[in-house]
Unconditional design. Sequence first.
Length: 170
Amino acid sequence: MFSKSRINEPGQKPGETEKPKAPEAPMTTSKPSMDFSTPAAKGGKAQVSVLSADLTVVGNLRTTGDIQVEGTVEGDIRAHLLTVGETATIRGEIVADDIVVNGRVIGRVRGLKVRLTSTAKVEGDIIHKTIAIESGAHFEGSVQRQDDPLATGRQAGQTARGAAVTGEEP
């Protein structure tokens, strides 16, 4: 790819004969390998995407990884692990395997494991498989346990409400 110019080569004077050199190893070029698999897929620790306190996002967020929100999100969030920081406000539905709420959520919360810490403020329904609510958390809405809270929200909600009204088992 690159070659040396012998014109300005140090040590060689014009008119001198070139001394034989040891053969150089052939130069090989290879493309750099880029591995786009996540650390979790390799058995390592997954990285967390952080939305800082001075960031406002208008729109939906979707990832198979982990998100920590410290700012404001106006839209729905779907993730593996979602941590809502103390300074965060989320207006929309949040869906994740694990949800830890330290800040404010206005909208439905659906998760396998949901935890509201003492600084949490939630206005909306919580659909969960397991839940923990610390003393001091503010919560306004309904709590409903489901074996699969990550199923489509409208279908799950309609089934549960229909069963409650008619008294039938779902």
